[in-house]
Ligand binder design. Structure first.
Ligand SMILES: C[S@@+](CC[C@H](N)C(=O)[O-])C[C@H]1O[C@@H](n2cnc3c(N)ncnc32)[C@H](O)[C@@H]1O
Length: 270
């Protein structure tokens, strides 16, 4: 079986669209997993994934690099806190936010802390999704080691975490404001009416076509004037074609009309 046939079988069997992940990187990672198990044939590896849950778990872990931390790229989170959220809050009392590919929750919890500090007690709606069940379980527990909190100020640590046994547990009250669920950016339907979508450090693994498709869907999922917040190495060069303006580094604002359901422009004003 060649690599393309392998990807097709994985999609048919596990509903995982490997063809949207960058080929060279994906190939290298899968080959390295196979060589660890001394497997040279994709068919043999495919059969192993079907029969052995541990092998499949390892495969999925390898695919879904989960690295994250609180306030990853602090300078960008400062823009979020000092510019973007205050602007959104000047138009709306309650914000609807989506942290897509949220990993273990450090990202949506960072946003929850900022919002609690900006608008104490106000119940904004934060949805957080990821393709990987394991990280969502960690997010729901909300227990972290100190290395993930290196960008969290002392004041916020004291206010929003309980320290014990060398770990930090996120504030139960704030935790309740976030709903976590499984969502595959390449397969599942997107919601709508979001004021802010945060999707950082995952599109970098996708092909250009997949990135364009996702960013179009994000545009449709945003309210006019809503923001898309991406990772520092995920510049969207064709943002104008996708009906965004670039407001700050890493922040793209949906233009007035934005994109319609079929991806065409509906009266964008720039
Ligand atoms: C490097 S982490 C980024 C976490 C966080 N957004 C950040 O920037 O710190 C990438 C996350 O993307 C998730 N992921 C990978 N492919 C995905 C897909 N097709 N749909 C949704 N999430 C995906 C992984 O499970 C992982 O948790």
């Amino acid at each position: 079986m060649d690599f393309n046939a392998f990807k097709k079988r994985i999609d048919e069997t596990f509903n995982l669209d490997l063809s949207s992940y960058k080929e060279t990187q994906l190939h290298r990672r899968i080959n390295s997993l196979m060589s660890r198990r001394k497997i040279v044939d994709y068919l043999v590896y495919y059969q192993l994934l079907v029969e052995d849950q541990d092998a499949f778990g390892e495969f999925k872990d390898y695919l879904t690099i989960n690295v994250t931390e609180f306030f990853r790229d602090p300078a960008m989170f400062r823009i979020l806190e000092e510019k973007v959220l205050p602007e959104l809050l000047s138009n709306r009392m309650v914000l609807k936010i989506w942290s897509a590919a949220c990993s273990n929750g450090a990202e949506p919890y960072s946003v929850a802390m900022i919002l609690e500090d900006l608008t104490p007690g106000r119940r904004h709606r934060i949805e957080a999704t990821d393709i990987d069940e394991k990280v969502l379980d960690m997010a729901a527990r909300g227990v972290y080691t100190s290395d993930l909190l290196r960008n969290v100020s002392k004041a916020r640590r004291a206010r929003h975490f309980r320290e014990g046994d060398g770990c930090f547990t996120f504030n139960e009250q704030l935790k309740k404001r976030i709903s976590f669920r499984i969502h595959d950016l390449l397969k599942d339907p997107y919601g709508k009416g979001f004021d802010l979508i945060i999707c950082r450090n995952v599109q970098i693994y996708f092909t250009r076509d997949a990135q364009d498709k996702i960013n179009r869907l994000f545009n449709q999922a945003l309210s006019p004037g809503g923001y898309l917040f991406v990772g520092s190495s995920e510049t969207i060069f064709n943002y104008r074609d996708l009906c965004f303006d670039k407001s700050y580094p890493c922040f793209y604002k949906k233009t007035e009309g934005g994109l319609s359901k079929d991806g065409t422009t509906i009266g964008a004003v720039r």
